[in-house]
Design a protein around this ligand. Structure first.
Ligand code: RP5
Length: 186
């Protein structure tokens, strides 16, 4: 005999079965933004680390030179929306991280993207050379920099969110154990 489930009971009574309630999405703490969709390949390294550490985040395209008004709106509304750290990746002249930093007092971490003939060196120089007064924490060019930006964001968040700090501690410990397990080469 078939067991009655909420779905079957609802159908038998001619009602639509109620959808299982979805867990509400946590408010993003990190805004991961990029000057172009073409930056996503690189910045997915940050996205993966944020997901692994279960840091609620949002991912948006925000172009400094193509959508300047949207960029300022994003920067100015970030704090009120609950974001605590912004990771901004851009290539070429790469003014996005600095311009966003000018619009908020939240920490902004910049990731230089290898997007031009200068292979990311242009973006690195642009992002790291913020004039005194409006800092951008600048990471390495490309995917290693993107992954480190996510780790650094988690470290910043760790001061206020002990659960994130603990996940980060475990993440580090796992790397240590993995290296020690393979330390004998010959
Ligand atoms: C920058 O220009 C973006 O951050 C990207 O790295 C680069 C190229 O952008 P697309 O021409 O691919 O949109 O603004």
């Amino acid at each position: 005999m078939k067991r009655s489930t909420p779905k079957r009971t609802a159908r038998a009574a001619g009602r639509r079965p109620a959808r299982p309630a979805r867990a509400p999405r946590a408010t993003p703490l990190v805004g991961l933004i990029m000057g172009s969709r073409s930056d996503l390949d690189t910045l997915s390294a940050a996205r993966e680390v944020l997901a692994e550490l279960e840091v609620p985040h949002e991912v948006r395209v925000v172009s400094a030179h193509r959508t300047p008004d949207w960029m300022m709106e994003y920067a100015k509304s970030a704090e009120a929306r609950g974001l605590e750290v912004i990771i901004a990746g851009a290539g070429g002249a790469a003014h996005l991280p600095g311009m966003v930093a000018a619009g908020t007092v939240l920490p902004v971490l910049g990731v230089p993207i290898e997007a031009t003939a200068l292979k990311g060196l242009d973006a690195l120089m642009s992002i790291v050379q913020m004039p005194k007064g409006v800092p951008v924490g600048t990471l390495a060019i490309g995917r290693p920099g993107a992954a480190n930006a996510a780790l650094l964001a988690a470290q910043i968040l760790g001061a206020r969110h002990p659960a994130i700090r603990e996940r980060l501690r475990r993440w580090r410990r796992a790397r240590t154990v993995a290296v020690l397990a393979e330390r004998e080469i010959g």
